[in-house]
Design a protein around this ligand. Structure first.
Ligand code: CA
Ligand code: ZN
Length: 300
């Protein structure tokens, strides 16, 4: 198996002009090591938070050049394994996240990870390890790793976890894949602007689907297929995710737009990924058991 250490290369922007730090063949499985979203700058609660280098947040390890990936293709990324460190950190601060107008100073809290739980003060929280930042180089200008988009990026979607497969539109030769910003746990919305931020390692298999149409990232796991959309408002993100899912179902089944809309209203889920990043990310989720009845394979 290939490996990529974080010391070999991190990026703070997804950018078609980035120099790849690794080249792999399609179908390669690679273990990628990551910093936490503060590039591990907050080691304790005594760290002067305002004094950390805020130009060095949300590093993604990479980029990885996947041979044969060309504009118009899809990059398929299966998350085989996700491992996290033994200490996480959370922050709040003025004007950050949903509660920022009520918070007067930056604060950090160290969250030890022990025996499969996160320790928040004396309270035990279940883990849901996930990847916050994952994606490819965007079509136009560089996008900083703190912002999500049709290229992926900082989607902060808690379904991006072990066993999930992601699909990204490829915009540039080699796709230029990267990932980082793991969370030991995060709730839908990521309301404080931080999950339990933590370093880790992800083992992913990178594959190329030739000339397949995709506007925004998709994700599937054993149970569901989802459409992920980031937009300036939650309304727009939900609307676009829903519409793309309905279109995909119509293309892949015998249903009309009206029927597919009714079906999604009865059995599809419009869900929030995050509301803080600064674009908002939503996902529209459909169970595979329903898609199997329709005979519809939406992606893959
Ligand atoms: Ca994030
Ligand atoms: Zn994060």
């Amino acid at each position: 198996m290939e490996t990529l250490k974080r010391a070999e290369g991190i990026i703070f922007h997804f950018d078609k002009n980035n120099k790849p730090v690794k080249r792999v063949k399609a179908g390669t499985t690679i273990e990628i090591e990551t910093f936490d979203c503060f590039e591990n700058q907050i080691g304790s609660e005594d760290t002067e938070i305002a004094g950390i280098d805020w130009n060095r947040v949300n590093p993604a390890t990479g980029p990885v050049f996947i041979e044969g990936a060309e504009p118009g293709d899809i990059l398929k990324v299966r998350i085989e394994k996700l491992e996290i460190g033994n200490q996480g950190v959370m922050v709040v601060g003025p004007d950050l996240g949903v509660m920022g107008h009520r918070i007067e100073q930056m604060e950090a809290k160290i969250i030890p990870i022990r025996d499969g739980k996160a320790l928040f003060n004396e309270y035990e929280l279940p883990l849901n390890p996930m990847i916050g930042v994952i994606g490819v180089a965007p079509v136009g200008e560089a996008v900083n790793c703190g912002t999500p988009g049709s290229h992926g990026g900082n989607m902060d979607n808690k379904m991006v976890t072990e066993g999930a497969t992601l699909y990204f539109p490829v915009y540039t030769q080699g796709a230029l894949f990267g990932l980082g910003d793991f969370h030991a746990a995060m709730g839908d919305g990521e309301v404080s602007v931080s999950g339990i931020e933590i370093e880790g390692r992800a083992t992913v298999t990178l594959d190329v689907l030739k000339q397949k149409k995709l506007q925004h990232p998709m994700l599937e796991n054993e149970e569901v297929v989802t459409q992920i959309v980031s937009a300036p408002t939650l309304d727009e993100a939900v609307r676009t995710a829903t519409e793309e899912m309905v279109d995909r179902i119509v293309e892949n089944s015998n249903l009309t737009v009206s029927e597919a809309t009714m079906l999604m209203s009865a059995a599809g889920q419009a869900e929030i990924c995050q509301v803080v990043d600064p674009l908002i990310t939503a996902r529209f989720v459909v169970r595979k058991s329903l898609l199997n009845q329709l005979g519809a394979t939406l992606i893959g």
